[in-house]
Design a protein around this ligand. Structure first.
Ligand SMILES: [Zn+2]
Ligand SMILES: [Zn+2]
Length: 370
């Protein structure tokens, strides 16, 4: 039996990819879900496969369902999708049947401290569906299926001149845009450096260019990705296997450096390099770091200052264990719920990495001494 809503006939069951054990994805018949209050049913028209989907299928995390692993729970992954609204849940008047929409991942629970502060990507009830938490393809069923339920809070309209395929990347572009936004926003004509030509970095190039940044400098190691960066608007690309990234930025900016560095590479030394690319008001970038900077403390605080990264000690509650998780899961949940989101917690991740690097450097020096 099938139900009919205006123009769309909705079947009772659908094809959906379901996660069994690690690395076990199977195509099964599953009931078409019913949208609840403030939710709609979306017919999936296009979906992108994200590296995080692969991570979830292999390792489970960062997907968490009912406080535990997503394996063998009938869970459907997939979070970068778009589609058509085919059914409205009770009270929904924000969207109409037939609307083309694309989705972001996180709806949050709407009731915890972080959701109330607007930091719903860092929801303290992450993974607890009974508390109302939703994150498409992470804690609730995602888009590797014919239909998916979505909160109206996670949907945006797609303009007619944007293709289905392009619309699947809206959240990726939005993540890069958020990064530029929390750095303070770009002033047209300012140079910007993007480190790392992964999907977020490439989107960072496109967004920076669209906002008027000039020149946009992209660094990376893979030729094909750097070429793609050029097509998306990079004025200069730097292959860091051939030229030192900081020296290249100095060369391309007349020695002055830049005010904005968007770090999207995750490379161990990237934060230090970013700090060394920043214009500090002098005529030239320093050739090498001062002794104090080498000691680590000031270079980190400079990076924080320039990258507008908040210091964790000012917000101790962010390091409190949350959501009833302990040990490595809690750390992981705190540190990396969705690596796309350079939220305040995303910033923490870089700080954690920078601290780890510093510790390693120090212990390396101690070992060399001892
Ligand atoms: Zn993703
Ligand atoms: Zn919440």
């Amino acid at each position: 039996m099938a139900s009919q809503t205006n123009a769309f006939t909705i079947p009772k069951t659908m094809k959906a990819w379901v996660l069994g054990g690690p690395d076990e994805l199977s195509l099964v018949d599953k009931p078409v879900p019913e949208p609840g209050r403030a939710e709609v049913l979306v017919r999936i028209d296009a979906i992108a496969v994200c590296a995080t989907d692969i991570e979830i299928i292999k390792h489970g995390l960062p997907a968490i369902i009912d406080g535990g692993s997503p394996f063998n729970k009938g869970f459907t992954p997939g979070h970068e999708y778009m589609g058509t609204v085919v059914k409205l849940g009770p009270t929904v008047d924000e969207f109409e049947i037939g609307d083309r929409i694309t989705v972001e991942v996180h709806a949050g629970c709407g009731r915890c401290q972080r959701c109330r502060e607007g930091m719903y990507t860092s929801c303290l009830n992450y993974g607890y569906r009974e508390k109302g938490h939703r994150a498409n393809g992470f804690s609730t069923d995602g888009g590797f299926a014919e239909y998916a339920v979505n909160s109206v809070n996670t949907m945006v309209h797609v303009p007619d001149d944007m293709s289905d395929e392009e619309a699947t990347l809206v959240v990726t572009a939005g993540t890069a845009m958020y990064g530029l936004d929390v750095m303070g926003g770009i002033i047209a004509g300012e140079p910007v450096v993007v480190l790392g030509p992964g999907p977020i970095g490439l989107m960072g190039v496109g967004v920076a260019k669209a906002l008027g940044a000039s020149p946009v400098i992209l660094t990376g190691t893979r030729e094909r990705r750097l070429e793609m960066g050029k097509r998306l608007g990079a004025d200069h690309v730097v292959d860091v296997t051939k030229e030192d990234a900081v020296a290249a930025v100095a060369r391309l900016t007349g020695g002055k450096g830049v005010h904005y560095v968007l770090e999207c590479s995750g490379a161990p030394n990237a934060l230090n390099e970013a700090a060394r690319m920043v214009n500090r008001g002098g005529p030239h970038l320093p050739r090498r770091l001062s002794r104090r900077a080498r000691a680590g403390r000031s270079r980190l605080s400079r990076a924080q200052q320039h990258l507008r990264v908040r210091h964790p000690r000012r917000r101790p509650e962010r390091h409190a264990p949350g959501g009833g998780l302990d040990g490595p899961e809690a750390f992981r949940r705190q540190a990396d719920p969705h690596p796309h989101f350079r939220t305040r917690r995303g910033a923490d991740r870089h700080q954690i990495r920078a601290r780890a690097d510093r510790r390693r450097d120090q212990s390396g020096r101690e070992n060399a001494r001892g």
